[in-house]
Design a protein around this ligand. Structure first.
Ligand code: ADP
Ligand code: ASP
Ligand code: MG
Length: 858
């Protein structure tokens, strides 16, 4: 750089956590010093100490409720604590500000009023207090900062809207020669985020989280060489890392993509901060003060990767929907113009729009300025044009990335969870960067998690994705949040077992025992029955019985298998739960003396003699389908299982007439459930239904305990299930609780081994062919199930691109896994398909007259 060229400005913004303690300021000083040493000039823009803005925001309400003094004291205490740790005297340094806070708080108390202008003034004190303390910390670290009151540099835009003018304003972003001149002699400037000056001279705010925006304005005004946003996470992630452990670090993004993430709810960046940087062509970096050594996310105009690819999933809560209905309005020229004129007149800004012939639905972003009065005004304004309904508490879940239109088909499996829940609005942005669905707020986080799991969490590392949050947060931790699977330890033995042709299921009995014991260890359960349809291998059954579980059977064949395997089996250890079975099957079960579940009225009304004097359990359809795929949902109006809740009285009458005693109620809503409270909910439904059944003493809450499909998917915590069931038991102590898990004890214990027959490259896809396919494992074809697939021969070798793993069956659906990162793979390699201990061998067929995989235990 020629000696005469002015040294470039670097604007660095530090968020609340980054300034929360004196030792954080030492990190800030180090970061600033490195820039200064490199010949750059530094402007530090910072927030209030973490938590302080929230305290200040709550102050007026506290003052109005007569609790202003204590609330003000909490604000002061936080700064005294900081000062004490820094060896400073808060009461001396901040005397003027503390006094102002006290006077304003008292004033609100007397007058019973807190204007937006006054709220703005109060909240601004958070940044000003942090600044006063921060200057001292930087000096203590040997730096010599110039203090700039941000309000003297940033003038708020004219904003006609009262509340917004004070609380959520903007400022100019043009290059500012006067400011550049004023700071020309400075190397290091310290100023505040979030605050600016109104034309009247009063203080205004730039919106919650607005420090990012301040920094962007300053960067644009100073024509900075870089804008660095320092926060408590090392960059932007593919999902909020606090909610999704598997969220992947994003190494580089375009301004447009970062804008979408910020706008759609990724609060790491204020949505307004990207525009000024983009327009001024200033590169941005998002980095962590807690891990300054990490590179962070770089945001520029040309991030180098614009292949169609999903990069992030975000959720925005607190969204409102305005649903406008009118007959035939679509033919009415200007209808939309009239409607939107109404929004404009009321100062309500619209986010997403969807239209049909009779309905226009728009979403509104959460906005503190959008109060009830304004909504009422909107309703009145629109009333002459259409019927208006406002839906509160919605969440917008967005998928973000270039070319989203071309990858929509990948969403299908994740969107299936919406078969039973309403999607209120779908919107696909015209810029092809964003696909959003609006759902009920309570569903938002779960949907986002699910989409992230299905679509992003296992993407390979590269130019776009870095490590996961879990790996970065715990350096040295491997990506799988769970322990390494058993088959990595027993790899040698498995390689020896692998057959030359066809396939082989191998079950690890230690894992079966451990999982079965974990189920038996759910203290609140009186009984647990293993749903043996999942895996009926005799050695597996032995391990399960040894752990203390009974058997849930659905056919005479299964009962026979149990009786053959265990000569000493007691009828009480068997629970028979058939569906649409022949009369003779019930007769046999009653004769044997097994617990018997009836799941329709027909058996009771048509064969009463079979049940004369018997104790029976009724299977209820709780009308609450759950599960990882439509085909494993066993409740709801479309399921063939169970007695509808409103037919239970008829069932009771039929049981009475037959002379049978109903001693239990049962429901099983589906498989693959990972929410720990599910069985409590089912139990509560059954307990309610049991009010009309004086003899009921058993509630069988079903099975469906979920097993994670990918290494970083969340695992179900049985201790949490137990805690939830304990709540149920406490509320309904008269019932014993039963469960009947199938997948859980055996899924992870099994692997399917098969050798590679050949590799084909076609249309850019690498196909790896195995000696067996859907004839052995039908779950991927039937349920879209995802099973981890590894090359066991070359375990640990680096990935050599994506591959589709297929079998030899003449069906396009004979696809065991698509888009898997696998190493260079050769004929004869042993491939392992994980978590196939449940519903693997038992569902196998001889389709194409190919023998399915055999079974062995280890
Ligand atoms: P600061 O106080 O530094 O401004 P914020 O709390 O405003 O910090 O923003 C950082 C937080 O943003 C992170 O702690 C994280 O929980 C949240 N966040 C939400 N979505 C994302 C995302 N996609 N990537 C990174 N962080 C995110
Ligand atoms: N302190 C303000 C807030 O919490 C501004 C900011 O941190 O960006 O919203
Ligand atoms: Mg922030």
């Amino acid at each position: 750089m020629p000696a005469s060229a002015p040294r470039p400005w670097i604007v660095m913004k530090f968020g609340g956590t980054s300034v929360a303690a004196p030792d954080r300021w030492r990190v800030i000083a180090d970061i600033a010093r490195a820039r200064l040493d490199a010949g750059e000039r530094v402007m530090i823009v910072h927030s209030a100490i973490a938590g302080v803005s929230n305290l200040l925001e709550a102050l007026p309400a506290a003052a109005l409720a007569g609790a202003g003094e204590a609330a003000a004291e909490a604000v002061k205490a936080r700064h005294r604590e900081f000062a004490a740790a820094a060896g400073l005297d808060a009461d001396a340094l901040l005397a003027g500000i503390f006094d102002l806070i006290d006077r304003r708080t008292a004033g609100i108390g007397y007058s019973g009023e807190a204007s937006a202008r006054l709220r703005a003034e109060l909240m601004a004190q958070g940044e000003l207090m942090a600044s006063t303390l921060g200057v001292e910390c930087l000096k203590a670290a040997g730096l010599d900062p110039v203090f700039l009151d941000a309000r003297d540099a940033l003038t708020a835009l004219n904003n006609a809207d009262e509340a917004r003018a004070w609380l959520d304003n903007g400022a100019g972003e043009d290059a500012d020669p006067a400011l550049q001149k004023r700071l020309s002699g400075a190397d290091l400037v310290l100023t505040q985020g979030f605050i600016a000056r109104h034309a009247t001279g009063a203080t205004v705010l730039l919106g919650r989280g607005g420090s990012d925006t301040s920094a962007a304005y300053f960067a644009a005004r100073l024509q900075a060489a870089r804008l660095e946003i320092w926060t408590d996470v090392p960059g932007l992630f593919s999902a909020d890392p606090r909610l999704t452990e598997g969220a992947r670090h994003l190494r580089a993004l375009s301004y447009e993509e970062a804008q979408e993430i910020a706008t759609m709810g990724g609060k790491v960046l204020h949505p307004r901060c990207i525009g000024p940087a983009r327009r001024a062509g200033i590169p941005m970096e998002v980095r962590s003060t807690l891990r300054p050594e990490l590179a962070g996310t770089r945001i520029t105009g040309a991030p180098g990767d614009d292949a169609p690819r999903l990069k992030a999933v975000s959720v925005k809560t607190g969204v409102r929907l305005v649903v406008m209905e009118g007959a035939g309005m679509w033919r009415q020229a200007g209808f939309l113009a009239d409607v939107f004129a109404g929004f404009k007149a009321c100062g309500v800004s619209v986010d997403l729009v969807s239209t049909s012939e009779t309905n226009v639905t728009v979403s509104l972003d959460p906005d503190p300025g959008l109060d009830q009065a304004r909504l009422d005004r909107l309703r009145e304004t629109l009333a002459p044009l259409c019927r208006v309904k406002i839906i509160e508490d919605a969440a917008a879940v967005s998928l973000l990335g270039y070319g989203i239109r071309r990858i929509l088909h990948q969403l299908a499996p994740a969107l299936e969870m919406f078969q039973d829940k309403p999607i209120r609005l779908v919107s696909q942005a015209a810029n092809d960067l964003n696909f959003t669905v609006v759902v009920d707020e309570s569903e938002g986080a779960a949907l986002a998690k699910r989409l992230h799991e299905e679509l992003i969490s296992t993407a390979p590392e590269g130019a776009v994705f870095g490590q996961s949050w879990a790996e970065l947060a715990r350096p040295g931790a491997a990506r799988p949040a769970r322990a390494a699977p058993w088959w990595t330890d027993k790899r040698g033995a498995l390689l020896d077992l692998a057959p030359q042709t066809g396939g082989l299921y191998v079950y690890d009995l230690e894992t079966v025992s451990a999982r079965a014991r974990a189920v038996a260890g759910i203290k609140t359960l009186s009984r647990a029955f293993y749903a043996m349809k999942a895996n009926a291998h005799r050695d597996v059954l032995r391990a399960i019985r040894a752990a203390g579980l009974g058997f849930e059977c659905v056919s005479p064949g299964e009962i026979a298998r149990v009786r053959e395997t265990f000569a000493d089996i007691r009828p009480d250890e068997v629970l028979f739960t058939p569906n649409f079975a022949h009369r003779s099957e019930y007769e046999a079960a009653v004769a044997f003396g097994a617990h018997l579940t009836i799941d329709g009225l027909h058996p009771l009304t048509h064969w009463p003699d079979v049940f004369q004097g018997a104790d029976v359990i009724l299977r209820v359809n709780p009308d609450r389908p759950r599960g990882h795929h439509q085909h494993v949902k066993t409740a709801g109006p479309k399921a063939k299982f169970g007695i509808p809740l409103d037919a239970l009285n008829d069932a009771r009458a039929a049981a009475d007439a037959a002379g049978a005693r109903v001693i239990g109620l049962h429901a099983h809503a589906g498989s693959g459930v990972t929410d720990a409270d599910h069985w409590r909910e089912i139990g509560a439904i059954l307990a309610r239904a049991a009010r009309n059944f004086p003899d009921v003493r058993i509630l069988n809450c079903g099975g469906g305990l979920g097993v994670p499909e990918s290494p970083d998917a969340p695992a179900l915590d049985l201790l949490r299930v137990d805690e939830e069931l304990a709540l149920l038991k406490k509320a309904h102590p008269r019932f014993e609780l039963w469960m009947e898990p199938g997948r859980y004890p055996v899924a992870e214990a099994g692997v399917l081994l098969a050798r590679v027959t050949q590799v084909k490259h076609a249309f850019g896809t690498r196909f790896i062919g195995l000696g067996t396919g859907m004839n052995s494992l039908i779950r991927p074809a039937l349920y879209g199930a995802r099973h981890e697939i590894v090359n066991l021969t070359r375990l640990g070798e680096p990935g050599a691109g994506m591959a589709s793993v297929v079998g030899p069956i003449c069906e396009s659906a004979d696809l065991l896994g698509a888009d898997r990162l696998l190493p260079e793979t050769h004929e004869g390699d042993v491939m392992l398909i994980a978590e196939t201990g449940a519903y693997g061998a038992v569902m196998a067929s001889r389709y194409n007259l190919r023998e399915p995989a055999g079974e062995a235990v280890i």
